[in-house]
Design a protein around this ligand. Structure first.
Ligand code: GAR
Length: 216
């Protein structure tokens, strides 16, 4: 069966992009990375795409609508069926969000709706929560909002600083994003209002629920 064609938007390091690239190396994985777009030419993630032989583009357009138009053109030319935001740190044009509605996901390093926006790990430490984690969600107009596909929880240790917590969450992200994209590619996700129902799963995969699996 043809694999789902995924377009990944990045702004920086690209470790989540790498996790998706690595997952797609398995021929049994139901998705492939068709193209990578960065809003910064110096994003290290572009090198990861290059190393994997994946077409990649830097679109250094600061005007929101013009960026969206250029990105949309690249994604459609590559036959993209799902857009995955992976550390993409720009606000997207509303028309673009609508055009890709229910076909665009994002990963965020907190258990949304807690701690949207910038520095979610710092926000989690300041709030004193005992667990944080990461969320993959469908993208809606409001930043870091939208129906939640999957989440992974990690414990917050008493001696955590922002860097240690971010590293523990990132390790969970690298497992969660390939899983969420797999569920989309297998057409197992059904959006019902604010909820995403996963067909064929009596319960979410156990790895997503067991925090001890997510210790970095
Ligand atoms: C990741 O932690 C991702 O969840 C976060 O940026 C980091 C990118 O790392 N995204 C957001 O905060 C979006 N609101 P990466 O470039 O190594 O994947």
């Amino acid at each position: 069966m043809a694999r789902l064609r995924v377009g990944v938007l990045i702004s920086g390091r690209g470790s989540n992009l790498q996790a998706l690239i690595d997952a797609a190396r398995d021929p049994g994985y139901p998705a492939e990375i068709a193209v990578v777009v960065s809003n910064r030419a110096d994003a290290p993630g572009l090198g990861r795409a290059a190393a994997a032989g994946i077409p990649h583009h830097a679109i250094e357009e600061t005007r929101r609508a013009a960026f969206a138009e250029a990105a949309d053109r690249v994604l459609r030319a590559a036959g993209v069926e799902l857009v995955a935001l992976a550390g993409f740190m720009r606000i997207l044009d509303l028309g673009f969000v609508e055009a890709w509605r229910d076909r665009m996901v994002n990963i965020h390093p907190s258990l949304l709706p807690a701690f949207p926006g910038l520095h979610p790990q710092r926000q989690a430490l300041a709030a004193g929560v005992k667990f944080s984690g990461c969320t993959v969600h469908f993208v809606r107009a409001v930043v870091d909002s939208g129906p939640i596909v999957a989440q992974a929880a990690v414990p917050v240790a008493d001696d955590d600083d922002e860097e240690r917590l971010a590293a523990r969450i990132l390790a969970a992200e690298h497992r969660l994003y390939p899983l969420a994209v797999r569920l989309f590619a297998e057409r197992r996700l059904r959006i019902a209002g604010e909820r995403v129902l996963v067909d064929g799963a009596a319960a979410p995969p156990a790895a997503m629920l067991n925090p001890s699996d997510n210790r970095a």
